[in-house]
Design a protein around this ligand. Structure first.
Ligand SMILES: C[S@@+](CC[C@H](N)C(=O)[O-])C[C@H]1O[C@@H](n2cnc3c(N)ncnc32)[C@H](O)[C@@H]1O
Length: 218
C-alpha cells in the first residue's frame, strides 16, 4: 500500500481534545520504560528535547521519571502547545514548551544530551528532515529514542488495527488513527531513511503497530 499523507500539524480544537483525552497509557508508559533501558540513570540531569510533543503527556512522564532533567518540548501547532502549557502547570519548571515548526524552530540549545519523539515521523511530508534535524542537534554520547506507527500492508489491516485498539474511542480519534496508519512508514523505508542520514540506530518493531528507533551516538 502506498503512503497517504495526512495534515502535518494538529490544529483543530476538537482533534486536539480527542487526542489529549485518548488512552495512550500503554504505549506511552512502554516508551518511558524503553527510554529507561537506554538512559539507565535515574539521576540523569542532561538536557532533553521532545520533538512534536503534542499535549505533552510523554514530556511529563519523562520529567517524572527523570526529576533532575530539563526538557525543551516543541510543537508546530500553536493550539496544541497552548493546550500542553495549560495542562502542565505542575511541571512548568522542568518542561519548557516551545511553539515552533521543524526544521525552522529556534531552540535554546544547539545540541542535546537526549532527543526523543513519539508519533511525529508519520506526520512529516519529508521524513529525512527529522533525521537530519536530530543529527544536527546531537553530539557524541547523545541518546536518541523515536517511536512511531508502522504502515500496514493494506487498508483492511489498517481498519482492523483501528477496531482492535480504538474500538471505544470517539470517531474523530478513530479517523485520525486510521489516517496516521496510512501516513506511516514501513520498516524498510525507515531503514533506508536511517542509512541515508548516516545515523547508527537500532530499529525494532515492538508491537503490531509500533516501531522503536534508538541508540547512543558514538
Ligand atoms: C500525533 S502527535 C504526537 C504528540 C506526542 N508526541 C504524543 O506522543 O502524544 C504529532 C504532533 O507533531 C506535531 N508536528 C507535526 N509536524 C511538526 C513539525 N514539522 N514541527 C513540529 N511539530 C510538528 C503536530 O502538530 C502534533 O502535535
Amino acid at each position: 500500500m502506498f503512503r497517504v499523507l495526512e495534515p502535518e500539524l494538529m490544529e483543530d480544537a476538537a482533534q486536539i481534545i480527542a487526542y489529549a483525552n485518548a488512552d495512550f497509557d500503554k504505549p506511552h508508559s512502554d516508551f518511558i520504560e524503553r527510554l529507561k533501558a537506554i538512559v539507565n540513570m535515574p539521576d540523569f540531569n542532561g538536557k532533553a528535547l521532545d520533538l512534536g510533543c503534542g499535549p505533552g503527556d510523554i514530556s511529563k512522564r519523562f520529567a517524572t521519571a527523570y526529576p533532575l532533567c530539563s526538557i525543551d518540548a516543541v510543537d508546530g501547532s500553536k493550539a496544541m502547545i497552548n493546550y500542553a502549557i495549560d495542562s502542565s502547570i505542575a511541571r512548568r519548571t522542568q518542561v519548557n514548551f516551545i511553539h515552533g515548526k521543524l526544521p525552522d524552530v529556534v531552540l535554546p540549545k544547539s545540541s542535546y544530551d537526549l532527543i526523543f519523539s513519539n508519533s511525529l515521523l508519520h506526520h512529516l511530508p519529508d521524513p529525512h528532515m527529522l533525521w537530519r534535524f536530530i543529527k544536527d542537534h546531537t553530539r557524541s554520547g547523545s541518546y536518541i529514542a523515536v517511536m512511531d506507527l508502522l504502515r500496514p500492508d493494506t487498508t483492511e489491516m489498517a481498519k482492523t488495527l483501528v477496531e482492535t485498539h480504538a474500538a471505544n474511542e470517539p470517531e474523530i480519534l478513530r479517523h485520525d488513527f486510521y489516517c496516521s496508519l496510512l501516513a506511516a512508514f514501513t520498516l524498510e523505508e525507515i531503514h533506508q531513511q536511517i542509512i541515508v542520514t548516516g545515523l547508527s540506530l537500532n530499529i525494532e518493531q515492538i508491537s503490531d503497530r509500533h516501531v522503536f528507533i534508538s541508540g547512543t551516538l558514538s
